[in-house]
Design a protein. Sequence first.
Length: 422
Amino acid sequence: MDSAVCCKCIEDAHLRKLVEDEGEGEDVECAICGEVGEPTVTIERLGQLLEPIMREHFVVGPSVKKFGENDSEWWEQEGDPISYWVQEVLGQYFDFEDAIVRAVIDADEYWPGDGGEAYWDDTSMYVPKRVQTHQYFADWHYTLDELKHSRRFFSPSARALFDKLFDGVDDLKAWTGKRFIPVVRNLSIGTKVYRARVCSSRSLLKDILEDPLKHVGPPPPLNARAGRMNAEGVVVCYGARDADTCLAEMRPALGVEVALITLETTRTLRVLDFSRLDHARGGKALSYFQGDYTDQVERRTFLRRLHGLISQPIVPGHEADYMITQTMAEYLAHVHASSFDGVLFASVQRAGGTNIVLFPDKGLLTDQPADAFGLRYVEKSLKLMSTTSIRYRHQELDIGTDGSGDPWVSKGGMQGFDEDWT
């Protein structure tokens, strides 16, 4: 009889449940622990379970030209052998790995007489297939159209999209290269936030000197203009985590004077850090055997790309594209099961800088709305700055079109937000 593994010796919870539900009879001995009486899966059946999952997620690696010393060159296939990916999918190593690999190869149903070719070969290398996020982008653009032309507050497609995207966001963590850090952050009391305002006249400067918080701090509702994260009349507080980024975000012309103030938090603020989403991973590992594995991978990939969607500059004439980020802000502040006090995202005006948008406690909104954001003015922090120089740097981008003729733009070879490696 073919060797078998009992459910107790399988570490992947989803595969273990599958074996418990359809396992062999209780008189089969486990090849790992030697026990009898637990539901088991034969190596042959394990190969049959693995083959379609691996076919969905891995493909034969491409051959690339390599160059060595003395102008030598050769072709080499990229990727890892099937045995590596079998272990990756199972999430553990078995002593009889070669038998499992053979079972996967044998489970590949093809017939040479019909012109078919084997998908699996223990002499070939394989790489992960690209993660497709087209459906999430389609949902994103459909929601934007609905917000523009149909349902503004609060569209059903927006609710469905954001419920799906931000489900379990509290469990996501970003890898720094040394440790994992949470995507959801708690800004402690005393955290500094910077705001600025162009000082267009001496009369305005006089008003600012008399009351910096009133004239440079968060605006009252009557003065709230539409922005990336708020509709007209809806107050949010835009700022930056450092003074240089705050000034850069103002995009002042040469010689323009800008009033800059420092605020600090008066309570702990719960914020979602979109810059950390770029490197986010789930707190709970995904299993290739779970039914929604592909959707979860696509969702996490899109979340990592969402940062770029909200931080990129709006093209003049396309201000209506703000609607979806405005609605997303409303969702995070008021609809999400665990609401947020604000969001952080990277500045496009200053490399390495971080912007912050805070949502108010509407019950505290007054003509002096800083309290609604948990902020206070840092005494004597007012500075008047003048722009003396502006520096532009440019980067060449790769461009092309996909199979449907739609254009893509990439920095350093990664095609925009369309797809990514697992």
